[in-house]
Design a protein around this ligand. Sequence first.
Ligand SMILES: [Zn+2]
Length: 220
Amino acid sequence: MDFLYDNSMGCLFCIKTFKTKKPRLSRLPVRARDTDFYLRYEYVNPYVYEAVVCPHCAMAFTDKFAPLSDRSRAILQDSYIKQAQQEDFSGPRSLEQGIRSLKLALICASLISESPPVFTGLCMRIAWLNRELGNQAEELQFLKRAYDAYAYIYSEVRFDEFKISESNLLHMLAELSCRLNEPDRARKWFGSLFMLNDQDYRFLNEARDRWLDYKETLKK
Ligand SMILES: [Zn+2]
């Protein structure tokens, strides 16, 4: 079965069209879900294909990026496009190529100050692909960057604007505190999460179990 297909894309920067591989998600069963919402699919890792890289100008982006303003365009031109190397991402990608494409998208997102949820999404995906490769140091480095961005969103209290509920945000902060081995922070975030008593929050039992399991690991 063919799990990938050629998708025609228009570049966000140069507007030219190009082809890039896209996974057929409906054909990929989810095998498992990690506590930080990393979905492990059978056959193909779809996160490897989430960042597209334009073969004409090297602009790297995802479908979460907003249209570019003139100012963002000028910044990208000066600080990225001019010195970008030609790299081929058009075929099936390895985990390493997936990480590379996501890192290029992260550079572009940072330069144009894309929204914090775009930033956290890219950092989490880079961390997950490193988890697959067993690169723990780099996984933790990107989980930390995601944590800082989630903490920023929480401090700004712009949940609606960033389309994330307060409970899901607290869940991620608590979860990442466990993974980054920050017990005091984990206690604080789980505490706030349990206090919220949000009826729409679907992962309460899971979060309770996670906190108990993490507390157990601290005793060892
Ligand atoms: Zn382009």
